[in-house]
Ligand binder design. Structure first.
Ligand SMILES: [Cu+2]
Length: 298
């Protein structure tokens, strides 16, 4: 079991993330290595789609250039007057229909697969705020904490700029985890590419997804819905650890975060109306005599 260490910033992390950290690599193209069954299926679906769309692209391109060449005014001075051809029309209707069916079946299967957890072993609630995330572990006595990005000046040598948070979301490996996602102010989106998760966090609405991380490591994501001035500065850091290490972390975290006063933002609004009322209460309105053009600047 790995030791639990209190980092210099006073946050709880389980050991160093260097070896296990799995951010995108410089100049990386393509997807991250899958860490969950959902992401594995996403990659498989991509592998199915790519030959199909490449084939269509090449076919249309060849047809286009052949037509330009063969039927130019010079080579084909007398255009054909044919307007109908039943066989061709049936073929160019049926072939696309069949291609769409081939794509639709695995696509819908995947959509429903990633939609909700079947018999989840635990639940995490992620709440988007301008501009940080609040996490709740309802299965562990109301364990809750905020995760704020580590500023550039405080970033450690083995940490990744714009991706690291002061508190990581620690979860056990090989465990089916239900994720409930909402927001307290505007729409955010909770995203971890290696998990195949990108789900909107909407005020007054509870979205659901799940993941089952199949290997340990630190996985990174960023808010993926334009949510205001600091949209780019509310990363998501998930640390997948062994079940033993997770149990130890929970004990430590409950002590550490019990000191926090539960901030009002951790309670998701129960309705869109409540969300709006709360948002309005937080708005700083310009003085009444401000010229109209200036109001836009606010
Ligand atoms: Cu956001």
């Amino acid at each position: 079991m790995r030791a639990i260490a209190l980092s210099a910033a006073g946050s709880l992390t389980t050991g160093s993330g260097t070896v296990l950290a799995q951010p995108a690599k410089p100049w990386q193209t393509g997807f991250p290595e899958a860490a969950t069954p959902v992401m594995r299926d996403v990659l498989a679906f991509n592998d199915l789609l790519h030959p199909i769309i490449s084939g269509i692209f090449i076919f249309v391109l060849i047809l286009l250039f052949y037509t330009l060449y063969r039927f130019s005014a010079k080579r084909n001075p007398e255009p054909s007057t044919t307007t109908h051809n039943t066989l061709v029309e049936v073929v160019w209707t049926m072939v696309p229909v069949m291609i769409l069916i081939v794509i639709a079946i695995p696509s819908f299967k995947l959509l429903y697969f990633q939609d909700r957890a079947v018999d989840p072993e635990m639940t995490i609630k992620a709440i988007g705020n301008q501009w940080y995330w609040t996490y709740e572990y309802p299965d562990y006595d109301g364990l809750t904490f905020d995760a704020l990005m580590i500023a550039d000046e405080d970033i450690g040598e083995d940490q990744f700029r714009l991706l690291e948070t002061d508190n990581r979301v620690v979860v056990p490996v090989d465990t089916s985890i239900q994720v409930l996602v909402t927001a307290s102010d505007v729409i955010h989106a909770w995203t971890i590419p290696a998990f195949g998760i990108k789900i909107d966090a909407v005020p007054g609405r509870m979205n659901e997804t799940w993941f089952k991380a199949e290997r340990e490591g630190v996985f990174y994501g960023q808010c993926s819905e334009l949510c205001g001035a600091y949209h780019g500065f509310m990363p998501i850091t998930v640390e997948v650890v062994s079940k033993d290490a997770f149990a130890a972390w929970v004990v430590k975290a409950q002590e550490e975060f019990a000191l926090n006063d539960a901030p009002a933002t951790t309670v998701a609004p129960s309705s869109a109306l409540e969300g709006c009322t709360r948002l309005r209460a937080r708005l700083v309105l310009p003085p009444a005599d401000t010229p109209r053009t200036l109001i836009f600047a606010f």
